[in-house]
Write a protein that binds this ligand. Structure first.
Ligand code: NDP
Ligand code: MG
Length: 388
């Protein structure tokens, strides 16, 4: 890195679960390798002000326009540039001194930040899986063309990325993503009819933001992840498998043509894959928990229950269809999860609404970015009209 050995990191979505974990990695590092160069948040502006005071970044961006003025007055005289709106995020990631961008924004709202960073030739540590679900083809083409690159943050994809170095790409038979099964593993469809947001948000092994917690309960998270894997690692749909592993220690596996299966293991702690994406290709000591092999424990693996959790098959369908299907599924799911959290639809309406939107959306096999945003808006309207 020019003139300095540390990496200037911009954290998009610093007030969220992944954003905070990233700042805890940076804090542990103490500025040796990682310098927090920029932060962005949407509505929790007071938390952002606190983070800015602690890490003294070059600049911060507030996407919610109402909050920007409050942030400016609080940080007056602190020597931190305060940017606002989507343009603020873009300016932050494109800055010549930005080296790496961690995209930890939730939902399709994260797409523009990834695109701007790749277009400016940056390394993107990608937690925002929706980026690839919505616009995988466009984003991967841009990564090839613009000189930027993507490093996975999602624990499963980080595991696959690490395991892939055990062989050549032509020697890979398939990847096997693990899933915790979520809080409703083992339940019947009938038992899921009346589950509440509180129950859905109570994840057994991970502590995450509300949207991905509900996605884990419906298994939509795994659907989004099979699509993410397809794009990140250039896989055919038949090469992506899912197995339920409730302990969340084996983060995923790669099977090679000779039958060897290579896995990555660590306790469920997002600080490890975040750190790896920020320091790659180096590994270093960090704050994440380590496996304790002094006490007895065992691992469980079982096939996913695709009938009770139909979202998983929607992911496979989207992976096969490509085009606008990912944008339709993602937006329908975002809107349905929001309605479920607001208690205006039930838990099982989430897969039902997604199925209906996917079936009826105006499919285009080669959409532009504009076309994808139109499908996104259309799908959200459809779910807003959904009656139970
Ligand atoms: P959170 O809900 O905890 O945080 C989301 C972040 O995005 C917040 O900083 C929020 O700002 C910001 N944000 C929300 N809406 C907008 C918007 N319209 N424009 C700009 N920024 C916005 O989510 P998580 O940290 O759980 O997840 C973030 C991403 O990482 C998701 O894509 C998720 O799928 C992925 N991921 C998360 C994992 C986890 O363990 N949490 C694991 C693997 C992947 P504010 O709070 O200020 O409103
Ligand atoms: Mg994951």
């Amino acid at each position: 890195m020019p003139g300095d050995s540390s990496t200037n990191v911009v954290v998009l979505g610093s007030t969220g679960s992944i954003g905070r974990s990233a700042l805890s990695v940076a804090e542990h590092d103490g500025g040796k390798r990682l310098k927090i160069w920029g932060l962005s948040a949407h509505s929790r502006w007071e938390d952002l002000v606190e983070q800015a005071r602690e890490f003294s970044p070059h600049a911060i961006a507030v996407t919610d326009p109402q909050s920007a003025a409050s942030v400016r007055s609080r940080l007056n005289g602190a020597g931190i540039q305060v940017l606002s709106g989507a343009e603020g995020v873009e300016e932050l990631v494109r800055h010549p001194e930005t080296h790496r961008v961690l995209n930890a924004i939730v939902g399709a709202a994260g797409l523009n930040g990834t695109i701007a960073a790749l277009d400016a030739g940056k390394v993107v540590a990608l937690a925002n899986k929706e980026t690839l679900v919505v616009a995988g083809q466009i984003v991967m083409d841009l990564a090839k063309k613009g000189g930027g690159s993507l490093l996975p943050v999602d624990s499963e994809h980080s595991a696959i990325f690490q395991a892939l170095s055990s062989g050549a790409r032509s020697e890979v038979r398939r990847v096997i993503l693990t899933s915790s099964g979520g809080p409703f593993r083992g339940r019947t469809r009938r038992e899921l009819e009346n589950v509440t947001p509180e129950e859905a948000l109570r994840h057994p092994t991970w502590k995450m933001g509300p949207k991905i917690s509900v996605d884990s309960a419906t298994l939509m998270n795994k659907a989004l992840e099979v699509i993410e894997a397809r794009w990140l690692f250039d896989l055919e749909p038949e090469q992506v498998d899912v197995v339920v592993h409730p302990e969340s220690v084996v983060h995923s596996m790669v099977e090679f043509v000779d039958g060897s299966v290579v896995a990555q293991l660590s306790p469920p702690d997002m600080r490890l894959p975040i750190q790896y994406a920020l320091t790659y290709p180096d590994r270093c000591n960090g704050p994440s928990r380590r496996i304790d092999l002094t006490r007895a424990f065992s691992f469980t693996f079982e096939p996913p229950d695709r009938e009770t959790f139909p979202c998983l098959d929607l992911g496979y369908e989207v992976m096969r269809r490509g085009g606008t299907a990912g944008a339709a599924l993602n937006a329908a799911n975002e809107a349905a999860v929001e309605r479920f959290l607001n208690r205006t639809i039930g838990f099982l309406d989430i897969p039902r609404a997604c199925r209906a939107v996917l079936d009826h959306h105006p499919f285009d096999p080669r959409p532009s970015l504009d076309d994808l945003w139109k499908v996104d808006a259309w799908a959200r309207q459809e779910v807003a009209r959904w009656r139970i």
